[in-house]
Design a protein around this ligand. Structure first.
Ligand code: HAM
Length: 419
């Protein structure tokens, strides 16, 4: 028996773990700035939760669920359960279960954690991946949708990513039936050209015809939702667009964007990286005004998004954006310098630098190699002479240059080089 990891599952360690943790850390910081509370939800939920939210016709429910069955008579929770393929249904369930929909409907949550989907693995597409998601409840206004994209744009700027925002409006219960009917008619007219998947989609969920990956060109003349919007939906969509423009979020309208999950209405959006290949959707989301009520709660609107953490990490890597472990390695040469090196390390950590003090048990060449390996841009070297004079030899490992710097000036020198 081979005890290896399963296909599509990853061990994250070294640089990969660091990159993922770095993205998670920046996402958390962003969430705090937007005054959003964390929510932690279970990994396992009843299968029916996903059938009633993600949608029975969605790929997630039809093909990608990890289902767990327990049939012990004595277990009150027996039946079919699923490991979460996405966070939104669980967050909505928790929101209703805490009765917030009735007592205090305006809520802002973020979540972070692994999701499981049985997809065909490839670079950027895994069977276990991590999402950072945000869900805003109780807000029907366009500013809430725009704020979600402001959050993603803040992350784009913070991380230095090259991203493109695509938005669309899917209409609502009032105007969507006419759009759906028009797509159905178009699909029936083009029956001979539709792929096998689209044949299945036609009656169950014709919107997904626009999402066909087999023959995207076929749908260029198909009806799109923006042409069917009612006055309220059109106004809402115009407001979202105006707010994005006003705040300098770079976006384009993609009338073919329909999303693969059933709960969306009005605003839907996707964020794609222009630096990575095929799995370039790094975040996606939209409005889901009917979902809380559909799962048994009050009629409270909601809107949200989720980021694929691994995909952002891949985009950072493709853009060669550094997520190294340390800024500076502190090296003591000889026993006597150890105390000063330890104090210096502590002091520099207080100046917000990431510092690793290396074990002084090896020679300088080996220690410099180690500093390079942990990704440190600088090494501060203290020997007997430097100790006596209150200085360090500050080596820039990227530029291969070295200067003598007074200990209290190190942070400023590093800061200047990074700017
Ligand atoms: P989603 O589009 O299914 O939406 O997933 C969101 C993001 O998760 C994707 O854009 C992608 O970056 C990442 N992702 C999805 N599947 C994989 C995979 N197999 N491997 C790696 N990354 C993946 C949702 O999940 C919705 N719950 C988003 C949402 C929240 N809508 C409203 N609120």
């Amino acid at each position: 028996m081979e005890l290896t990891r399963l296909r599509g599952f990853q061990d994250l360690l070294g640089a990969n773990a660091r990159a993922v943790a770095y993205v998670e850390d920046r996402a958390r910081t962003m969430a705090h700035r937007y005054a959003i509370d964390e929510i932690r939800i279970p990994m396992l939920e009843r299968l029916a939760l996903y059938e009633h939210s993600s949608g029975e016709t969605s790929d997630i429910v039809q093909k990608q669920m990890y289902v767990v069955r327990r049939h012990e008579e004595s277990d009150p929770d027996r039946g079919e359960m699923a490991i979460r393929p996405e966070g939104t249904p669980g967050v909505v369930r928790a929101y209703i279960e805490a009765r917030l929909d009735r007592s205090d409907p305006d809520q802002r949550f973020f979540y972070l954690g692994p999701m499981l989907r049985h997809e065909r693995p490839q670079k950027g597409r895994y069977r276990q991946f991590h999402q950072f998601g945000v869900e805003l409840f109780g807000r029907a206004d366009a500013a809430a949708d725009a704020e979600l994209m402001f959050m993603l744009d803040s992350l784009r700027i913070d991380l230095g990513l090259e991203l493109k925002f695509e938005i669309n409006s899917l209409g609502d219960a009032k105007c969507r039936p006419a759009f759906r009917a028009a797509l159905l008619e178009w699909g029936r007219d083009h029956l001979g050209q539709l792929c096998g998947d689209c044949h299945n989609r036609l009656d169950r969920n014709p919107l997904r015809l626009l999402d066909c990956k087999v023959d995207a060109k076929l749908t260029t003349d198909a009806p799109t939702s923006v042409d069917f919007l009612c006055d309220e939906c059109r106004r809402h969509f115009d407001q979202v667009r105006d707010l994005l423009t006003l705040n300098g979020v770079p976006f384009a309208i993609n009338p073919r964007l329909v999303r693969g999950l059933d709960y969306y209405n009005r605003t839907a959006f996707e964020v794609v990286s222009t630096a990575v290949g095929s799995q370039n959707a790094v975040a996606a989301g939209g409005r889901y005004d009917g979902l809380v009520a559909a799962l048994g709660g009050a009629a409270v609107p909601g809107t949200g998004f989720a980021i694929g953490i691994e995909r952002i990490a891949l985009a950072l890597d493709a853009q060669k954006i550094d997520s190294s472990r340390a800024d500076l390695a502190v090296i003591a040469l000889g026993e006597k310098a150890v105390g000063a090196a330890a104090m210096l390390s502590q002091h520099l950590r207080g100046s917000n630098l990431r510092v690793e003090m290396l074990s002084p048990d090896r020679g300088l060449r080996a220690l410099l190699r180690r500093a390079d390996k942990i990704g440190a841009r600088f090494a501060a070297i203290i020997g007997d002479d430097e100790l006596a004079r209150g200085v360090v030899q500050l080596r820039d490992l990227k530029a291969s240059s070295q200067t003598e710097v007074r200990r209290e000036e190190i942070a400023a020198v590093i800061e200047r080089t990074r700017a």
